[in-house]
Design a protein around this ligand. Structure first.
Ligand code: GLN
Length: 306
C-alpha cells in the first residue's frame, strides 16, 4: 500500500489520541505513552508498508482471542468448541459478568468477550500446562511470521495479580459446568495469551493470513483451514470490537479485533492485513487513534466489504 496514504491516515489518527487514555485496570498498561500511534499493512504477496510507531512492542490482549479460537477449533473441531460458547454478539462490555448465569444453556455469548475466550482457552489441549503454553506461543509465532515473538512477563504478572474479574468469570462458568478441570491453569494460559508481545508488523502478517484465507503471505503455507478462517472472520465482524462492533461494521466494514493493549487487526479480504497501535483507548476499550486511522483508510481506499 502507498506509504503516503498511510502517512495521511496517521496524521488523521493523531488528532484524536488526546481524547482517550491507556487501559487503567491492568497496572502495567496504565503507564503506556498515550500519544504513540503506528500502522502497518501487509498485502497478499507479503509486501509491508508501515509508518509511525510500527516497531513498538505491545501486548496482544484480546487480539489473542482470535488465535485461541483458531487453535481450539483446529485442535478440537467446531462441535467441541461451540458446545461451550455461542456465536451471538452481546452489546455488553468485554469483561461483563451480567447474563453469564441467566442463560438456559449457560454458554457465554461468543469467543471474543472474556468469558467466551476463557471457555475457548480451556479447550486448548496439551499434556501439561507448560505444553499448552508452548503450543500457543509456537502457533502465534507462525501466524505472525515472527519466530522471536514472546510473552511480556511484566504485563502477565500484573494481570495475574489483579485479574479478579476474570477469576470471578471462570469460577462462575466452572459452577455451571462450562469449564472443566483446573481453573487456575486455564486462567494462567488465558493471561499468557493476552500478554504475548508483538508489533504492528507482526499483527499485519497475522491479519494478512486471515485476509488470505489462511495462507501466510510470507511463507505460502496454509496455516489455518479456510473453513476456520471464514468462521473467525464472521465473528470478528459481529463481535470483534466489543460493544462497538455494530457501529464499526457500519463505519469501517472490515472483520477486525481490538485489544486493550492498544492494537487492532483488520482484514481487507483478498487485499490487505492491517494492524494499528495506539494505547489511548475510548470508554469501550478500543484504540481511538486506531479506529480513526481505519475509518480513514476504509473510506479513502474503498475497503468497506459491505
Ligand atoms: N487481558 C484483558 C482482560 O482479560 C483482555 C481484554 C481486552 O483486551 N479487551 O481483561
Amino acid at each position: 500500500m502507498d506509504q503516503g496514504m498511510l502517512q495521511q491516515a496517521l496524521t488523521h489518527g493523531r488528532r484524536y489520541v488526546r481524547y482517550g487514555k491507556p487501559a487503567g485496570y491492568i497496572p502495567e498498561l496504565a503507564s503506556k505513552n498515550p500519544s504513540k500511534l503506528g500502522i502497518a499493512v501487509c498485502d497478499m504477496k507479503g509486501n509491508m508498508s508501515a509508518v509511525g510507531d510500527c516497531e513498538d512492542k505491545f501486548t496482544m490482549q484480546s487480539i489473542s482471542k482470535v488465535i485461541a479460537l483458531i487453535l481450539a477449533l483446529e485442535q478440537n473441531g467446531f462441535d467441541n468448541v461451540f458446545c461451550k460458547v455461542g456465536l451471538e454478539p452481546t452489546g455488553d462490555a468485554f469483561n461483563s459478568t451480567v447474563r453469564l448465569d441467566h442463560l438456559t444453556d449457560n454458554k457465554p455469548f461468543n469467543p471474543m468477550i472474556n468469558a467466551g475466550a476463557i471457555a475457548v482457552t480451556s479447550t486448548i489441549r496439551g499434556a501439561t500446562l507448560e505444553e499448552r503454553k508452548k503450543v500457543c506461543i509456537e502457533y502465534a509465532r507462525r501466524l505472525t511470521g515472527n519466530p522471536e515473538l514472546d510473552v511480556d512477563y511484566e504485563v502477565f504478572l500484573s494481570e495475574t495479580e489483579t485479574g479478579f474479574k476474570n477469576r470471578a468469570i471462570i469460577y462462575l462458568m466452572r459452577s455451571n459446568g462450562i469449564i472443566e478441570g483446573n481453573c487456575e491453569e486455564h486462567l494462567e494460559l488465558y493471561f499468557l495469551l493476552c500478554s504475548m508481545a508483538c508489533s504492528c508488523r507482526d499483527l499485519a502478517v497475522f491479519a494478512a493470513t486471515l485476509a488470505n484465507n489462511g495462507v501466510s503471505p510470507i511463507t505460502g503455507e496454509q496455516l489455518i483451514q479456510p473453513r476456520t478462517v471464514k468462521l473467525v472472520r464472521s465473528l470478528m465482524v459481529t463481535c470483534g470490537m466489543y460493544d462497538y462492533s455494530g457501529e464499526f461494521a457500519a463505519t469501517v466494514g472490515l472483520p477486525s479485533k481490538s485489544g486493550v493493549g492498544g492494537g487492532i487487526i483488520s482484514c481487507a479480504i483478498g487485499q490487505y492485513g492491517i494492524a494499528t497501535y495506539g494505547p489511548s483507548l475510548d470508554d469501550k476499550g478500543n484504540s481511538i487513534g486506531g479506529l480513526k486511522m481505519l475509518e480513514y483508510l476504509s473510506d479513502s481506499m474503498d475497503l468497506n466489504m459491505f
